[in-house]
Ligand binder design. Sequence first.
Ligand code: KIV
Length: 271
Amino acid sequence: MAKPEPNKTISLQTFRDLKQKGEKFAALTSYEATLSSMMCDAGVELILVGDSLGMVIQGHDSTVPVSMEDILYHLRCVKSGNKGAHLMADMPFMSYATEQLAYENATRLMQAGANSVKVEGGEVILKITELLSERGIPVCAHMGLTPQSINRIGGFFVQGRDPSSHSKIIEEALSLESAGAELLLLECIPDELTKKIAEVVKIPTIGIGAGLETDGQIMVVHDMLGVSCLEKPPKFVKNFLAQNNSIFEAIKDYVRSVKSSSFPAKEHWFD
Ligand code: KIV
């Protein structure tokens, strides 16, 4: 396997081209400059300033308390260290509850340096996806397990296990694509469902706990470095630092593993 090249400027077209060529891309969350810079040198193509910061940085038990100011602060930190990765910023809980809020908050993220924004949901985010894309704001639709709805879902459970729910999720994915979504992030769904979605949508897909059939993979950086307060990490997590001598080597190993499809392995998927 070739050594990952430090990335240049990665655009949405890069992800489309990689998809076209059947090449995988590697994404990680980051919340600060130094690790972001290291990620770029290691070949990470997409950095997400995720609202997971509410859990891994702020110590909350969900992403719900994260504010726009929190995301903006960490986005600025990441931007300082970024050397050309695509920068995606999460729109936090309720920051896109109305069209007006979505416009205002997505604008703030783009003006602070994001290249795209991520919003959670299916049908419920269709209109917002359409409005933002029409105005030139690339949207990544986050489907499957949507952590901002954790209080309704009742826990961090795998979604879409019931085959009867598959057609609804697939239809939602297609509608989001038609509404202008540029990327689809699939979290904690069975590999079988991911496969069905990947067969019908044309936009690049990114997976976390969604098997091997997505075009890219993403992990929370703390998880891939084995930094966790949890007694048992989720099934889809792999600690890459455990088998490497430095954080930089661990990130390079993650990139290599994603690109060669050796991560995620079967033990990280859900049936
Ligand atoms: O906020 C986050 O870290 C996420 C993960 C699913 C990557 O959305």
